[in-house]
Design a protein around this ligand. Structure first.
Ligand SMILES: Nc1ncnc2c1ncn2[C@@H]1O[C@H](COP(=O)(O)OP(=O)(O)OP(=O)(O)O)[C@@H](O)[C@H]1O
Ligand SMILES: [Mg+2]
Length: 380
Protein backbone atom coordinates (compact mmCIF):
# COMPACT_ATOMS: atom_id res chain seq x y z
CA UNK A 1 0.00 0.00 0.00
CA UNK A 2 1.25 3.47 -0.75
CA UNK A 3 2.13 5.78 2.10
CA UNK A 4 -0.75 8.13 1.31
CA UNK A 5 -3.28 5.31 1.15
CA UNK A 6 -2.05 4.18 4.56
CA UNK A 7 -2.48 7.71 5.92
CA UNK A 8 -6.07 7.83 4.65
CA UNK A 9 -6.98 4.30 5.69
CA UNK A 10 -10.17 4.13 7.71
CA UNK A 11 -10.78 7.89 7.64
CA UNK A 12 -14.24 9.36 7.08
CA UNK A 13 -13.16 12.88 6.19
CA UNK A 14 -10.18 14.16 4.25
CA UNK A 15 -9.70 17.92 4.02
CA UNK A 16 -7.48 19.25 1.25
CA UNK A 17 -6.29 22.68 2.32
CA UNK A 18 -3.53 25.04 1.37
CA UNK A 19 -2.67 28.20 -0.53
CA UNK A 20 -4.46 29.36 -3.69
CA UNK A 21 -3.92 27.79 -7.07
CA UNK A 22 -1.64 24.97 -6.01
CA UNK A 23 -3.86 22.01 -6.82
CA UNK A 24 -6.28 21.56 -3.91
CA UNK A 25 -9.25 20.83 -6.14
CA UNK A 26 -7.16 18.52 -8.32
CA UNK A 27 -5.83 16.65 -5.29
CA UNK A 28 -9.29 16.33 -3.72
CA UNK A 29 -10.70 14.87 -6.93
CA UNK A 30 -7.71 12.58 -7.40
CA UNK A 31 -7.88 11.30 -3.83
CA UNK A 32 -11.62 10.70 -4.22
CA UNK A 33 -11.03 8.73 -7.39
CA UNK A 34 -8.28 6.63 -5.82
CA UNK A 35 -10.36 5.79 -2.76
CA UNK A 36 -13.37 4.86 -4.90
CA UNK A 37 -11.08 2.55 -6.83
CA UNK A 38 -10.25 0.96 -3.48
CA UNK A 39 -13.86 0.09 -2.93
CA UNK A 40 -15.11 2.98 -0.89
CA UNK A 41 -18.19 5.07 -1.44
CA UNK A 42 -16.72 8.55 -1.77
CA UNK A 43 -18.16 12.03 -2.14
CA UNK A 44 -15.83 14.81 -3.24
CA UNK A 45 -17.05 18.27 -2.28
CA UNK A 46 -15.37 20.65 -4.67
CA UNK A 47 -15.31 24.40 -4.68
CA UNK A 48 -15.08 26.21 -7.95
CA UNK A 49 -13.47 23.45 -10.03
CA UNK A 50 -12.18 24.32 -13.47
CA UNK A 51 -14.94 23.98 -16.02
CA UNK A 52 -13.44 20.98 -17.77
CA UNK A 53 -12.72 19.10 -14.59
CA UNK A 54 -16.30 19.73 -13.48
CA UNK A 55 -17.52 18.37 -16.82
CA UNK A 56 -15.45 15.27 -16.54
CA UNK A 57 -16.86 14.61 -13.08
CA UNK A 58 -20.32 15.01 -14.55
CA UNK A 59 -21.00 18.24 -12.68
CA UNK A 60 -23.01 20.37 -15.04
CA UNK A 61 -24.09 22.99 -12.61
CA UNK A 62 -23.42 24.32 -9.18
CA UNK A 63 -26.06 23.12 -6.83
CA UNK A 64 -24.56 21.42 -3.87
CA UNK A 65 -26.24 18.13 -4.79
CA UNK A 66 -23.88 15.20 -5.17
CA UNK A 67 -23.87 13.39 -8.48
CA UNK A 68 -22.44 10.03 -9.18
CA UNK A 69 -19.59 9.86 -11.66
CA UNK A 70 -20.68 7.43 -14.34
CA UNK A 71 -18.92 4.07 -13.72
CA UNK A 72 -18.52 3.69 -17.49
CA UNK A 73 -16.54 6.89 -17.62
CA UNK A 74 -14.37 5.56 -14.84
CA UNK A 75 -13.67 2.31 -16.62
CA UNK A 76 -12.95 4.21 -19.84
CA UNK A 77 -10.20 5.93 -17.86
CA UNK A 78 -8.94 2.54 -16.75
CA UNK A 79 -10.39 2.77 -13.24
CA UNK A 80 -12.35 -0.29 -12.21
CA UNK A 81 -13.96 1.25 -9.18
CA UNK A 82 -15.42 -1.30 -6.85
CA UNK A 83 -16.69 1.64 -4.81
CA UNK A 84 -18.57 4.73 -5.94
CA UNK A 85 -17.39 8.19 -6.80
CA UNK A 86 -19.75 11.08 -6.20
CA UNK A 87 -19.02 14.75 -6.56
CA UNK A 88 -20.70 18.00 -5.66
CA UNK A 89 -19.90 21.59 -6.36
CA UNK A 90 -20.37 23.79 -3.36
CA UNK A 91 -21.85 27.19 -3.69
CA UNK A 92 -22.02 29.38 -0.63
CA UNK A 93 -25.21 31.25 -1.42
CA UNK A 94 -27.11 28.14 -2.42
CA UNK A 95 -26.01 26.20 0.64
CA UNK A 96 -27.04 29.06 2.91
CA UNK A 97 -30.48 29.03 1.33
CA UNK A 98 -30.86 25.30 1.75
CA UNK A 99 -29.74 25.62 5.32
CA UNK A 100 -32.34 28.24 6.10
CA UNK A 101 -35.00 26.18 4.36
CA UNK A 102 -34.08 23.15 6.40
CA UNK A 103 -33.83 24.80 9.78
CA UNK A 104 -36.40 27.56 9.76
CA UNK A 105 -39.10 26.68 12.29
CA UNK A 106 -41.93 27.64 9.93
CA UNK A 107 -42.64 28.95 6.45
CA UNK A 108 -43.13 32.49 7.54
CA UNK A 109 -39.70 32.66 9.16
CA UNK A 110 -38.14 30.96 6.15
CA UNK A 111 -39.58 33.47 3.71
CA UNK A 112 -38.76 36.37 5.97
CA UNK A 113 -35.12 35.34 6.14
CA UNK A 114 -34.70 34.38 2.48
CA UNK A 115 -36.31 37.54 1.22
CA UNK A 116 -34.39 39.74 3.57
CA UNK A 117 -31.89 42.19 2.15
CA UNK A 118 -29.50 41.78 5.07
CA UNK A 119 -29.58 38.03 4.67
CA UNK A 120 -28.82 38.32 0.97
CA UNK A 121 -25.84 40.49 1.69
CA UNK A 122 -24.65 38.33 4.54
CA UNK A 123 -24.99 35.03 2.73
CA UNK A 124 -23.09 36.07 -0.36
CA UNK A 125 -20.64 38.57 1.01
CA UNK A 126 -19.64 37.81 4.56
CA UNK A 127 -16.03 36.77 4.75
CA UNK A 128 -15.71 33.14 5.69
CA UNK A 129 -19.20 32.44 4.50
CA UNK A 130 -18.00 30.04 1.83
CA UNK A 131 -15.76 28.24 4.28
CA UNK A 132 -18.59 28.06 6.73
CA UNK A 133 -20.93 26.59 4.19
CA UNK A 134 -18.41 23.92 3.27
CA UNK A 135 -18.51 22.98 6.92
CA UNK A 136 -22.29 22.87 6.94
CA UNK A 137 -22.34 20.60 3.92
CA UNK A 138 -19.74 18.38 5.51
CA UNK A 139 -21.84 18.18 8.63
CA UNK A 140 -24.97 17.34 6.70
CA UNK A 141 -23.41 14.57 4.60
CA UNK A 142 -21.51 13.09 7.50
CA UNK A 143 -24.66 12.98 9.61
CA UNK A 144 -26.57 11.28 6.77
CA UNK A 145 -23.92 8.58 6.66
CA UNK A 146 -24.43 7.71 3.00
CA UNK A 147 -20.72 7.83 2.21
CA UNK A 148 -17.71 6.05 3.65
CA UNK A 149 -15.47 8.97 2.86
CA UNK A 150 -15.97 12.70 2.29
CA UNK A 151 -13.16 14.54 0.57
CA UNK A 152 -13.44 18.25 1.14
CA UNK A 153 -11.82 20.76 -1.18
CA UNK A 154 -11.34 24.19 0.37
CA UNK A 155 -11.80 27.63 -1.16
CA UNK A 156 -8.98 29.78 -2.45
CA UNK A 157 -8.59 32.16 0.43
CA UNK A 158 -5.69 34.52 0.60
CA UNK A 159 -5.26 33.16 4.06
CA UNK A 160 -5.81 29.42 3.91
CA UNK A 161 -6.30 29.40 7.65
CA UNK A 162 -9.57 31.31 7.53
CA UNK A 163 -11.07 27.98 6.82
CA UNK A 164 -10.24 26.61 10.25
CA UNK A 165 -11.80 29.55 12.01
CA UNK A 166 -14.98 29.71 9.97
CA UNK A 167 -17.34 27.74 12.23
CA UNK A 168 -16.09 29.48 15.30
CA UNK A 169 -16.28 32.88 13.66
CA UNK A 170 -19.88 32.35 12.68
CA UNK A 171 -20.93 31.16 16.09
CA UNK A 172 -19.07 34.11 17.61
CA UNK A 173 -20.98 36.40 15.31
CA UNK A 174 -24.28 34.82 16.22
CA UNK A 175 -23.35 34.92 19.84
CA UNK A 176 -22.09 38.46 19.77
CA UNK A 177 -23.45 41.07 22.10
CA UNK A 178 -24.57 43.41 19.37
CA UNK A 179 -26.56 40.65 17.78
CA UNK A 180 -28.11 39.72 21.12
CA UNK A 181 -29.25 43.31 21.47
CA UNK A 182 -30.89 43.18 18.08
CA UNK A 183 -32.47 39.89 18.97
CA UNK A 184 -34.35 41.47 21.82
CA UNK A 185 -35.79 42.77 18.70
CA UNK A 186 -37.66 46.03 18.69
CA UNK A 187 -36.99 49.37 17.21
CA UNK A 188 -35.98 50.61 20.64
CA UNK A 189 -32.83 48.56 20.62
CA UNK A 190 -31.91 50.02 17.27
CA UNK A 191 -31.42 53.36 18.98
CA UNK A 192 -28.13 51.81 20.06
CA UNK A 193 -26.91 52.37 16.55
CA UNK A 194 -26.22 55.94 17.42
CA UNK A 195 -27.52 59.15 16.02
CA UNK A 196 -25.31 59.41 12.97
CA UNK A 197 -26.11 55.96 11.64
CA UNK A 198 -29.78 56.55 12.35
CA UNK A 199 -29.62 59.72 10.35
CA UNK A 200 -27.92 57.86 7.55
CA UNK A 201 -30.58 55.18 7.53
CA UNK A 202 -33.25 57.85 7.50
CA UNK A 203 -31.70 59.50 4.46
CA UNK A 204 -31.36 56.14 2.74
CA UNK A 205 -35.01 55.40 3.43
CA UNK A 206 -36.06 58.70 1.93
CA UNK A 207 -33.94 58.26 -1.19
CA UNK A 208 -34.46 54.57 -1.82
CA UNK A 209 -37.78 53.97 -0.15
CA UNK A 210 -36.17 51.05 1.59
CA UNK A 211 -36.36 50.73 5.34
CA UNK A 212 -33.04 49.18 6.16
CA UNK A 213 -33.58 49.40 9.88
CA UNK A 214 -36.79 47.48 9.59
CA UNK A 215 -34.98 44.87 7.54
CA UNK A 216 -32.22 44.50 10.05
CA UNK A 217 -34.51 44.17 12.99
CA UNK A 218 -36.58 41.59 11.18
CA UNK A 219 -33.58 39.65 10.02
CA UNK A 220 -31.91 39.37 13.37
CA UNK A 221 -35.20 38.49 14.93
CA UNK A 222 -35.92 35.60 12.56
CA UNK A 223 -32.34 34.46 12.33
CA UNK A 224 -31.88 34.49 16.07
CA UNK A 225 -34.21 31.57 16.59
CA UNK A 226 -31.91 29.38 14.55
CA UNK A 227 -28.68 30.38 16.22
CA UNK A 228 -28.64 27.51 18.68
CA UNK A 229 -28.60 25.02 15.81
CA UNK A 230 -25.74 26.86 14.16
CA UNK A 231 -23.70 26.71 17.32
CA UNK A 232 -24.40 23.06 17.89
CA UNK A 233 -23.42 22.11 14.36
CA UNK A 234 -20.29 24.22 14.53
CA UNK A 235 -19.31 22.36 17.71
CA UNK A 236 -20.02 19.00 16.08
CA UNK A 237 -18.03 19.81 12.95
CA UNK A 238 -15.13 20.98 15.07
CA UNK A 239 -15.23 17.74 17.05
CA UNK A 240 -15.32 15.70 13.84
CA UNK A 241 -12.39 17.61 12.36
CA UNK A 242 -10.33 17.28 15.52
CA UNK A 243 -10.88 13.52 15.73
CA UNK A 244 -7.76 11.93 14.25
CA UNK A 245 -9.47 8.55 14.01
CA UNK A 246 -12.07 9.93 11.60
CA UNK A 247 -10.47 12.94 9.92
CA UNK A 248 -7.20 13.86 8.35
CA UNK A 249 -5.90 17.04 6.76
CA UNK A 250 -3.87 16.93 3.58
CA UNK A 251 -1.91 20.14 3.14
CA UNK A 252 -1.45 20.86 -0.56
CA UNK A 253 1.28 23.23 -1.72
CA UNK A 254 3.50 23.96 -4.64
CA UNK A 255 7.28 24.08 -4.21
CA UNK A 256 7.32 27.87 -4.75
CA UNK A 257 8.63 29.89 -1.84
CA UNK A 258 5.42 31.59 -0.72
CA UNK A 259 3.41 28.39 -1.04
CA UNK A 260 5.93 26.54 1.11
CA UNK A 261 5.79 29.37 3.67
CA UNK A 262 2.02 29.04 3.82
CA UNK A 263 2.16 25.27 4.04
CA UNK A 264 4.59 25.47 6.95
CA UNK A 265 2.40 28.01 8.66
CA UNK A 266 -0.66 25.84 8.07
CA UNK A 267 1.07 22.74 9.44
CA UNK A 268 1.89 24.67 12.60
CA UNK A 269 -1.65 25.94 12.94
CA UNK A 270 -3.00 22.40 12.67
CA UNK A 271 -0.64 21.35 15.42
CA UNK A 272 -1.63 24.26 17.66
CA UNK A 273 -5.32 23.62 17.07
CA UNK A 274 -4.96 19.92 17.76
CA UNK A 275 -6.13 18.99 14.27
CA UNK A 276 -4.91 15.77 12.63
CA UNK A 277 -2.35 16.01 9.86
CA UNK A 278 -2.08 13.22 7.31
CA UNK A 279 0.30 14.36 4.61
CA UNK A 280 1.72 17.26 2.68
CA UNK A 281 1.33 17.08 -1.08
CA UNK A 282 3.79 19.18 -3.01
CA UNK A 283 2.30 19.52 -6.46
CA UNK A 284 3.79 20.57 -9.79
CA UNK A 285 7.38 19.86 -8.88
CA UNK A 286 9.91 20.47 -11.66
CA UNK A 287 12.81 18.18 -12.04
CA UNK A 288 15.63 19.13 -14.36
CA UNK A 289 16.91 16.92 -17.06
CA UNK A 290 20.07 19.01 -16.73
CA UNK A 291 21.65 17.17 -19.62
CA UNK A 292 22.60 20.30 -21.52
CA UNK A 293 25.15 21.29 -18.90
CA UNK A 294 27.40 18.73 -20.58
CA UNK A 295 29.59 20.58 -23.19
CA UNK A 296 29.91 17.38 -25.23
CA UNK A 297 26.16 17.19 -25.65
CA UNK A 298 25.99 20.86 -26.53
CA UNK A 299 28.39 20.19 -29.37
CA UNK A 300 26.28 17.33 -30.64
CA UNK A 301 23.20 19.47 -30.43
CA UNK A 302 24.77 22.20 -32.58
CA UNK A 303 25.57 19.64 -35.22
CA UNK A 304 22.06 18.26 -35.01
CA UNK A 305 19.91 21.41 -35.10
CA UNK A 306 22.25 24.30 -35.89
CA UNK A 307 23.74 26.92 -33.61
CA UNK A 308 20.71 29.16 -33.28
CA UNK A 309 18.25 26.58 -32.08
CA UNK A 310 20.91 24.84 -30.01
CA UNK A 311 21.57 28.06 -28.10
CA UNK A 312 17.90 28.37 -27.31
CA UNK A 313 17.62 24.77 -26.20
CA UNK A 314 20.58 25.25 -23.87
CA UNK A 315 19.07 28.42 -22.43
CA UNK A 316 15.75 26.70 -21.92
CA UNK A 317 17.51 23.83 -20.21
CA UNK A 318 19.20 26.34 -17.92
CA UNK A 319 15.81 27.85 -16.98
CA UNK A 320 14.51 24.41 -16.15
CA UNK A 321 17.48 23.71 -13.97
CA UNK A 322 16.97 26.98 -12.09
CA UNK A 323 13.31 26.10 -11.58
CA UNK A 324 14.17 22.59 -10.44
CA UNK A 325 16.74 23.99 -8.01
CA UNK A 326 14.16 26.37 -6.58
CA UNK A 327 11.74 23.46 -6.16
CA UNK A 328 14.40 21.34 -4.50
CA UNK A 329 15.07 24.08 -1.94
CA UNK A 330 11.35 24.51 -1.28
CA UNK A 331 10.88 20.79 -0.78
CA UNK A 332 13.88 20.64 1.52
CA UNK A 333 12.51 23.44 3.67
CA UNK A 334 9.09 21.82 3.97
CA UNK A 335 10.60 18.40 4.68
CA UNK A 336 12.67 19.91 7.51
CA UNK A 337 9.48 21.33 9.05
CA UNK A 338 7.65 18.01 8.76
CA UNK A 339 10.37 16.07 10.59
CA UNK A 340 9.69 12.78 8.87
CA UNK A 341 5.94 13.20 8.42
CA UNK A 342 4.60 12.18 5.05
CA UNK A 343 5.47 14.39 2.10
CA UNK A 344 4.25 13.31 -1.32
CA UNK A 345 5.57 14.87 -4.53
CA UNK A 346 3.62 15.21 -7.74
CA UNK A 347 5.52 16.43 -10.79
CA UNK A 348 4.38 19.27 -12.98
CA UNK A 349 2.65 17.32 -15.72
CA UNK A 350 2.82 18.30 -19.36
CA UNK A 351 -0.87 19.14 -19.51
CA UNK A 352 -3.43 20.62 -17.17
CA UNK A 353 -5.36 18.07 -15.19
CA UNK A 354 -8.87 18.44 -16.49
CA UNK A 355 -10.26 14.94 -16.88
CA UNK A 356 -10.31 11.49 -15.35
CA UNK A 357 -7.22 10.46 -17.31
CA UNK A 358 -5.40 13.44 -15.82
CA UNK A 359 -6.49 12.44 -12.32
CA UNK A 360 -5.27 8.91 -12.96
CA UNK A 361 -1.88 10.32 -13.95
CA UNK A 362 -1.75 12.44 -10.78
CA UNK A 363 -2.60 9.33 -8.76
CA UNK A 364 0.34 7.42 -10.20
CA UNK A 365 2.41 9.84 -8.12
CA UNK A 366 0.10 10.57 -5.19
CA UNK A 367 -0.39 6.89 -4.51
CA UNK A 368 2.92 5.56 -5.76
CA UNK A 369 3.97 2.73 -3.51
CA UNK A 370 7.05 3.54 -1.51
CA UNK A 371 9.33 1.17 -3.37
CA UNK A 372 8.25 2.78 -6.62
CA UNK A 373 8.82 6.28 -5.33
CA UNK A 374 12.20 5.28 -3.92
CA UNK A 375 13.12 3.82 -7.28
CA UNK A 376 11.94 7.00 -8.97
CA UNK A 377 13.98 9.07 -6.53
CA UNK A 378 17.06 7.00 -7.34
CA UNK A 379 16.47 7.41 -11.04
CA UNK A 380 16.00 11.16 -10.73
N1 LIG B 1 0.51 18.13 -11.34
C1 LIG B 1 0.00 19.02 -12.20
N2 LIG B 1 0.55 19.20 -13.40
C2 LIG B 1 0.03 20.11 -14.28
N3 LIG B 1 -1.03 20.87 -14.04
C3 LIG B 1 -1.63 20.75 -12.83
C4 LIG B 1 -1.17 19.81 -11.86
N4 LIG B 1 -1.96 19.90 -10.77
C5 LIG B 1 -2.88 20.85 -11.05
N5 LIG B 1 -2.70 21.36 -12.27
C6 LIG B 1 -3.46 22.46 -12.92
O1 LIG B 1 -3.27 23.61 -12.12
C7 LIG B 1 -4.42 24.41 -12.08
C8 LIG B 1 -4.81 24.71 -10.65
O2 LIG B 1 -5.22 23.50 -10.00
P1 LIG B 1 -6.43 23.49 -8.99
O3 LIG B 1 -7.62 24.12 -9.55
O4 LIG B 1 -6.56 22.10 -8.49
O5 LIG B 1 -5.81 24.40 -7.83
P2 LIG B 1 -6.55 24.93 -6.52
O6 LIG B 1 -5.54 24.90 -5.41
O7 LIG B 1 -7.80 24.20 -6.30
O8 LIG B 1 -6.83 26.43 -6.94
P3 LIG B 1 -7.79 27.49 -6.18
O9 LIG B 1 -7.05 27.90 -4.96
O10 LIG B 1 -7.95 28.57 -7.19
O11 LIG B 1 -9.06 26.75 -5.88
C9 LIG B 1 -5.47 23.64 -12.86
O12 LIG B 1 -5.54 24.18 -14.15
C10 LIG B 1 -4.94 22.22 -12.91
O13 LIG B 1 -5.36 21.54 -14.07
MG1 LIG C 1 -9.79 24.94 -6.13
Amino acid sequence: MSALAAALEGREVVVCAGPGGVGKTTSAAAIGLAMAARGRRVAVLTIDPARRLADSLGLEEIGGEERRVDPERLSAAGVEASGELWAAMLDAKRTWDELIERHAPDERTRDAVLGNRIYKELSSAVAGSQEYMAMEKLHELHAEGRYDLLVLDTPPTRNALDFLDAPERLSRFIDSRSLRLFLRGNRGSLKLLGRSSQALFAVLRRITGVDLLEDMAEFFHSFGGMSEGFERRAREVNALLADGARTTFVVVASPAEEAVDEAIFFRRRLRESGLPFGAAVVNRVHSAPGAMADPGLQGELVELVGENLARRVVRNDGDWRALAERDRLGLERLAAELEGELLVRVPDLDDDVHDLDGLVRVNEHLFASETTSRRRARLA
